[in-house]
Design a protein around this ligand. Structure first.
Ligand code: 13P
Length: 345
């Protein structure tokens, strides 16, 4: 019963023409994003910002699910409605980030482990009770001189698998996110090599933990060169490397792959998602679960002011719609003209 429900949820999250909004920034992360715009980060400003996003008219046409942060799932909108009900009323599936961030690994300098397994079974039960239907856990891998190490990859893969198994036990679809960071001067092929190794290790661990792959969503990075790499790489090369990596590492039972944006610009992330979807058939749906690449223009337009809500919602709706086109391979850069998403205060 739970398995059928989870498979249905997973399919709905990656349905044609829709994708996921990651609005689960932790307190330090949202604080940093707000600070860039001169907005003070308080419980109330975070709530108002996220309510603005969630109440965007007709947003469910492009957005299938939203990943919430623990604070938000307990908050209420201005009119007293639970934030999670604002989403459900829109026809959007609510999800929840359940990891508790990263900590340095002892004796492995520069590498981290993700925390949050303690008490997770009880927290998952509560989240399901509150209305969440899917979960997310992010592991972080850094490319560098002799990095990532095998112990770091293995430890993070095992934690992702434990998280995924516990989520499915609670009837929640796990989004498994092993993010290989873009920071560094590494080449495209080094990113492909590391990401392939990480993904293979993650799927080995998921199998070992008896996780149902038909009820898992993978959230990987696209294959890109490091942010300080000087190579000139085309959108097509990124799409080709990304698909080659996924074809070699992700079992076909997985219903969908949703990319993180990882600090790419809004337009870069959309163009690359489109190019990936244009490159012929794949066994999985290929969609998005962007944080920054869906919110950047909307946040700048909102700027903490009630007077800007309608304009910020228009910017968010535009970006979501363009990514929905890209997720179907139907985006064209001409569509960027006359978008509210180019408005910046
Ligand atoms: P970005 O798209 O900004 O990378 O965020 C996605 C996310 O959920 C990171 O955990």
């Amino acid at each position: 019963m739970k398995t059928a429900e989870m498979q249905g949820t997973a399919k709905a999250l990656v349905a044609f023409g829709r994708g996921i909004l990651a609005a689960d920034e932790s307190l330090p992360t949202i604080g940093a994003r707000f600070a860039e715009c001169g907005i003070e980060s308080t419980g109330e400003s975070r709530r108002a910002y996220r309510e603005m996003l969630f109440r965007t008219p007709h947003i469910a046409e492009s957005i299938s699910g939203v990943i919430l942060f623990d604070e938000t799932i307990r908050q209420h909108a201005d009119d007293g409605m639970a934030m999670i009900d604002v989403l459900r009323r829109q026809g959007i599936i609510p999800g929840i980030k359940v990891d508790r961030g990263t900590e340095p690994l002892a004796f492995l300098p520069g590498e981290t482990i993700t925390e949050g397994l303690d008490g997770l079974r009880e927290r998952l039960e509560e989240y399901r009770e509150l209305g969440a239907r899917f979960t997310k856990w992010r592991a972080v891998l850094k490319i560098g001189h002799q990095l990532p190490t095998m112990p770091c990859i293995a430890a993070n893969a095992n934690l992702l698998a434990s998280f995924a198994a516990l989520s499915q036990e609670a009837g929640l679809v796990p989004i498994v996110e092993p993010e290989v960071l873009r920071d560094g001067d590494h080449t495209l092929s080094r990113c492909e090599e590391v990401t392939s190794q990480v993904l293979r290790t993650v799927f080995q661990a998921l199998g070992d933990h008896r996780v149902e792959l038909e009820a898992v969503i993978l959230k990987p990075n696209m294959i890109t060169p490091g942010t300080r790499c000087m190579d000139r790489i085309s959108t097509e090369q990124i799409a080709e490397a990304t698909l080659r990596c996924l074809r070699g590492s992700v079992p076909s039972e997985v219903p969908g792959i949703v990319f993180l944006s990882g600090g790419q610009t809004e337009v870069e992330a959309t163009e690359r998602l489109n190019a990936i979807n244009l490159r012929g058939t794949a066994p999985w749906e290929l969609s998005f679960s962007f944080g920054r690449a869906l919110q950047e223009s909307a946040l700048r337009t909102w700027n903490g002011l009630v007077a800007n809500v309608a304009e910020a919602q228009a910017a968010f709706a535009d970006r979501a719609r363009l990514n929905a086109f890209a997720r179907n391979g139907l985006y064209d850069s001409e569509m960027e003209k006359n978008q509210h998403s180019l408005v910046c205060n």
